[in-house]
Write a protein that binds this ligand. Structure first.
Ligand code: OAD
Length: 253
């Protein structure tokens, strides 16, 4: 019943904003942050995902990111990523906003579209960057990282080909600003959305979580797919307590 209401709300909406978090990738084997087995249960973000941590010990931070990069590279998009990608390729008016850095939405789009040009239509707006991109700590150089990082010593860490500065992972760390253009695009999509599909996020991290509240304020029907409690449950028009890989293909059919 709830599922049918969700499918109906999403199908009727001319414009939809989809907002995803770590839970959409859980069935791909990517750990979440706050639940059982979550990264922030084992690691302290201030030791590994903060500018001060990188300043103190760039080798340690790179070691952790190199480990995550390798682990995530072995994961594959699941049924939720693929259903969203196919849906976006098949219809207009869907903006996908993700807090995830795992690139699984991008890989699903590529798989569903069969080529990079067509896949652009199903590309996510990445609010927190990408595990697979590096940026220079001194200049504006950014690159898609192709070689594995050797974090065995400070000398083997990657450096900028333009200015020689140390490279860092191109992800948003605690206390840092989100990328301005992506934030603008995400909130613009929320402001005109008639429906908002939220998948696999506790909704605890701002400003990202504000996208869902902005959509709700603009009159969007809010559908939440998450097996656990979330900060959005009170504003949800439909809450589907289910795993993303099982439920998302049913509601975006
Ligand atoms: P969390 O770890 O806070 O939340 C994960 C959510 O996924 C929880 O609500 C789970 O119930 C849900 N979940 C677990 N398995 C699921 C499944 N199979 N299907 C659907 N949902 C499932 O992760 P986020 O909310 O994404 O920020 O965390 C937000 C931000 O906090 C991250 O982007 C990261 C982190 O610090 C930065 O790195 C800047």
């Amino acid at each position: 019943m709830n599922e049918a209401a969700a499918r109906d709300a999403l199908a009727r909406a001319a414009r939809v904003v989809v907002f995803t978090g770590a839970g959409v990738s859980a069935e791909s084997g990517v750990p979440t942050f706050r639940g059982a087995g979550g990264l922030w249960r084992t690691f302290k973000p201030e030791d590994l995902a903060a500018p001060a941590a990188f300043g103190r010990d760039p080798r340690l931070v790179w070691e952790w990111y190199a480990w995550r990069r390798e682990a995530v590279a072995r994961c594959r998009p699941n049924a939720a990523h693929l259903a969203l990608a196919r849906w976006m390729l098949a219809r207009d008016g869907v903006a996908l906003v993700s807090q995830n850095v795992d690139d699984l939405h991008e890989r699903a789009a590529l798989e569903a579209a069969g080529g990079a040009e067509a896949a652009a239509r199903a590309a996510p707006i990445r609010l927190h960057g990408s595990l697979f991109h590096d940026q220079c700590t001194r200049c504006t150089y950014r690159v898609h990282a192709s070689a594995p990082v050797n974090a065995s010593s400070i000398d083997t860490l990657p450096h900028c080909p333009d200015c020689g500065g140390l490279l860092r992972p191109d992800v948003v760390w605690f206390g840092e600003m989100l990328p301005v253009r992506e934030v603008q695009r995400a909130f613009a999509a929320a402001a005109t959305a008639e429906a908002c599909l939220v998948i696999g996020t506790t909704g605890a991290v701002y400003p990202a979580a504000g996208v869902v509240h902005a959509a709700k304020s603009a009159g969007a029907r809010v559908v939440v797919v998450d097996p656990g409690p979330t900060e959005f449950d009170e504003i949800a028009d439909v809450k589907l307590c289910a795993r993303a890989g099982e439920m998302v293909p049913l509601v975006v059919a």
